[in-house]
Design a protein around this ligand. Structure first.
Ligand SMILES: *Cc1c(COP(=O)(O)O)cnc(C)c1O
Length: 423
């Protein structure tokens, strides 16, 4: 007979010290010192005779993703905003967005006065369901945002085909998928543009930050302008003491530049991405086996995925367990057993307290627009089912030793056996 659940006062399953994220990598402080001493803390300071960290990071990240162009941005949200506008999306346009994602996938669309069309997801990968995308297309659809959620790559074969057939740009929201691959190519290199976030929880992070990747020279040129108040970098290095950003004004922009400090942190972190991805994939594979043996269903990835990036590990609990308790209360019980936070998935976007456009005057663009952007008008049964039955936790835990996965499985076993005690 196992002991009482930790959440009800019993002894926890594990007292292990779990890894934490983010990690201050070697070389990071040296890079930051270099920025401090350089007299140039952002690309909109005067050129000091050496390439900016921002430009060095852009080149390194473009090479890592396998694209011709990378434009760093202040955040993943601004990366999405910039990519959408660089792809020609604007006021009144419809953008297809998965109903299960972090709120920014939808709020970035609202931010450019466009209309997020929330579309249901696949029950196994939790990413956009291509058949549901087809049904949601209209003559106002101006873009499709595919989110590579948690550890899955969206169905880029099917979504790419839809995008091509209807000549609608496919934007990859890669905020959770640094290093993931589809048929050997990195995510962020397959759609018209890829959008990355470097926010503190992400697989590459400078606390805040983002990037737009693309192989399209025109999209890149617009992205450069959109994030730097309509300015772009001079094609030849300027004289020291002059501005590197020129007022080229191909399109009006706003300031969403990444600072030199952020770029310096990312440049120090990039060399560790590969090795950390491999470590996470190994522990995740072990956990897949252990949890499947307990009747749970780990999230899968789309056909054609050649490498998964684990931002959050996600698994569904068995149906009979869901009917007797919520994912929320199971996650709380598991957190108490293990000593690190587990949670349900993101709240479904048609019922998410953070997506309430009616609370902001900037979205009051007339009665039709207000009806169009009301998230409650979308029906998302599969996403809702995923939210009801799925438990997730952060990628840092997958950097624990392989045998630590046994602790997680033991905790899941204990909580599922005693799930009736949670009500
Ligand atoms: C984090 C995230 C974003 C937004 O990135 P920020 O850097 O926080 O602005 C967008 N989409 C998804 C899927 C995310 O997880």
């Amino acid at each position: 007979m196992s002991q009482a659940l930790a959440v009800l006062g019993g002894p926890p399953t594990s007292e292990r010290a779990w890894p934490v994220w983010p990690i201050a990598d070697p070389g990071l402080r040296e890079n930051l010192d270099e920025v401090l001493a350089s007299g140039r803390w952002t690309i909109s300071n005067l050129y000091r005779g050496a390439p900016s960290f921002e430009q060095r990071f852009a080149e390194a990240w473009a090479a890592s993703v396998g694209v011709a162009h990378c434009t760093p941005t202040a955040s993943g949200t601004t990366a999405l905003t910039v990519a959408l506008e660089a792809c020609g999306v604007g006021a009144g346009d419809e953008v297809i967005v998965p109903g299960l994602s972090w709120v920014a996938s939808a709020s970035a669309v609202l931010g450019i006065n466009a209309v997020p069309i929330l579309v249901d997801v696949d029950p196994d990968t939790f990413c956009l369901d291509p058949a549901a995308v087809e049904r949601a297309l209209s003559d106002r659809t101006a873009a499709i945002t595919a989110v590579h959620l948690y550890s899955a790559v969206a169905d880029l074969d099917a979504l790419g085909m839809i995008s091509e057939r209807h000549a609608i740009p496919l934007i990859e929201d890669c905020a959770q998928a640094h290093g993931a691959r589809h048929r050997g190519r990195s995510v962020g290199s397959i759609g018209s543009a890829g959008c990355f976030s470097m926010q503190g929880s992400k697989l590459m992070t400078s606390g805040e930050g983002g990037a737009v990747t693309t192989n399209d020279r025109r999209i890149s040129e617009l992205a450069e302008h959109l994030r730097a108040d309509g300015r772009s970098r001079s094609s030849v290095p300027p004289a020291a003491g002059s501005m590197e950003l020129l007022e080229t004004a191909v399109i009006m922009g706003s300031n969403a530049c990444m600072s030199e400090f952020h770029a310096a942190v990312l440049l120090a972190q990039l060399p560790h991405l590969e090795q950390r991805s491999a470590a996470r994939a190994a522990t995740a594979a072990r956990l897949d086996q252990l949890l499947s043996a307990l009747g749970c269903t780990p999230q899968t990835s789309s056909e054609g995925t050649t490498r998964r990036a684990y931002y959050r590990y996600a698994f569904k609990v068995p149906d009979d367990v869901v009917s007797s308790s919520s994912a929320d209360s199971i996650a709380r019980a598991l957190s108490a057993e293990l000593g690190f936070p587990l949670a349900a998935t993101h709240r479904v976007l048609n019922d998410n307290p953070l997506i309430r456009p009616a609370t902001r005057k900037r979205f009051a663009l007339g009665p039709d627009h207000q009806v169009a952007i009301d998230p409650a008008r979308f029906d998302l049964p599969v996403a809702t089912e995923v939210y009801r039955s799925t438990i997730t936790f952060g990628h840092e835990i997958l950097l624990a030793p392989l045998e630590a996965m046994d602790d997680i499985a033991a905790a899941v076993d204990k909580v599922l056996v005693r799930v009736d005690e949670l009500t």
